[in-house]
Design a protein around this ligand. Structure first.
Ligand code: GCO
Ligand code: MN
Ligand code: MN
Length: 388
């Protein structure tokens, strides 16, 4: 297999804000002209993506009149029909407008909290109208620069209240929609609440309808927190909560970079793709990234094609790893089990505990066995480098 053409079954998606990113950063203005949502859909069609996601205001500017809204929607739907691009996910912008300068659902100001709920209900309606089945919540400015300003326990309670309200809204409207919560440790605030995927997973279990809510982990966000992304995603998958994923890349210790998938940490990207594919992950593979500021729109296409191509190359490498006889024989050896301990595992009983307390272990014989992890890791690197 050396065909890296993206296909609908891969569910590769991009946000309007990703390929539409105009290259603005805190030190400089835009370097690319803004394109209309419909033109961005056409760009995605050209590079072979499956879907497009949006924040409410990526599609409909916040001050648009009803007539303007209708015209934009008409044009957008036309581009979707022309290209076959679908809308699997939508989200709300709760961070750009000055009203959100101190957060949205966690703001100390009840008017801001109420407006955030209103804006999100309207945005949910818009997302559902366009076919979205997943609704993402990213905290944006839900955080602080100093804990003198907000009670963090109150902030948790307010976040819960907002999620519970919005779950009920979705049920009331009978929408076929699930929520995916996205954690980020910092940027734009110094500290954002529920800062990692693990925090989100714990929070979800405290909601009124936890079955409607999962996570949307992002590579860059866990790396910004210095964490192992693959492990965070594993926890989400193992608990049936991986509803969506934001793929990009990020050097540890740097600002929020949003690089092309696989641009920095190839080995970690490999283990991620392998885990997603081995476990038949079946939701969107969303690239939440953007092209370098040096690029024009041809470069934006190179960026988008690069994200998908790297994913497919890594998928091929994962299949290669799974089929490699030497690798598999080490994996089998590492996991070999003579069954002699089976009697102690499984459900607890007092007899089992007693028998286990009486078992004699030859610690030095057990510890003396080399595990061949050096060899296994080197073989993995050689697959990645194309030497195998
Ligand atoms: C970021 C976030 C956002 C969210 C988006 C969807 O770092 O800015 O990753 O891109 O994913 O707002 O909720
Ligand atoms: Mn991000
Ligand atoms: Mn994201």
């Amino acid at each position: 297999m050396t065909n890296y053409t993206p296909k609908p079954e891969h569910k590769f998606t991009f946000g309007l804000w990703t390929v539409g990113n105009t290259g603005r950063d805190p030190f400089g203005g835009p370097v690319r002209d803004a394109k209309s949502p419909a033109d961005l859909v056409r760009l995605l069609g050209e590079v072979g993506a499956y879907g497009v996601n949006f924040h409410d205001n990526d599609l409909i500017p916040i001050d648009a009149t009803p007539t303007e809204k209708d015209a934009i929607l008409k044009e957008f739907k036309k581009a979707l029909a022309e290209t076959g691009i679908v809308v699997p996910m939508a989200t709300t912008n709760l961070f750009t407008e000055p009203i959100f300068k101190d957060g949205a659902f966690t703001s100390n100001d009840s008017k801001v909290r109420a407006y955030a709920l209103q804006k999100t209900m309207n945005a949910i309606d818009l997302g559902v109208e366009l076919g979205a089945k997943i609704y993402v919540f990213w905290g944006g400015r839900e955080g602080t620069e100093t804990d003198a300003t907000k009670n963090p326990i109150t902030a948790i309670k307010r976040s819960r209240e907002a999620m519970n309200f919005l779950c009920e809204y979705v049920k009331d409207k009978k929408y076929d929609l699930k929520f995916a919560l996205e954690a980020k440790p910092n940027e734009p605030r110094g500290d954002i609440y529920n800062s990692t995927t693990g925090h989100m997973l714990a929070f979800i279990n405290t909601l009124d309808h936890p079955e409607m809510v999962g996570v949307n982990p992002e590579v860059a966000h866990e790396h910004m927190a210095g964490l192992n992304f693959v492990h965070g995603v594993a926890q989400a998958m193992e608990s049936g909560k991986l509803f969506h994923i934001d793929l990009n890349d990020q050097a540890f210790g740097r600002y929020d970079q949003d690089f092309r998938f696989g641009a920095v940490n190839l080995k970690s990207a490999f283990f991620l793709v392998k885990m997603l594919e081995d476990n038949k992950y079946d939701s969107s593979r969303h690239f939440d990234a953007h092209a370098y500021r040096t690029e024009d729109y041809e470069g934006v296409k190179d960026f988008a094609r690069g994200c998908m191509r790297t994913y497919l190359i890594l998928k091929e490498k994962a299949a290669h790893w799974n089929a490699d006889k030497e690798i598999q024989s080490i994996v089998a050896e590492i996991n070999a089990d003579d069954g002699s301990m089976n009697q102690y595992f499984g459900k607890y009983s007092a007899e089992k505990a007693k028998a286990l307390q009486g078992q004699v272990f030859d610690r030095s014989a057990i510890a003396g066995r080399g595990l061949k992890y050096e060899k296994l890791d080197q073989l993995t690197v050689e697959i990645l480098l194309g030497a195998r």
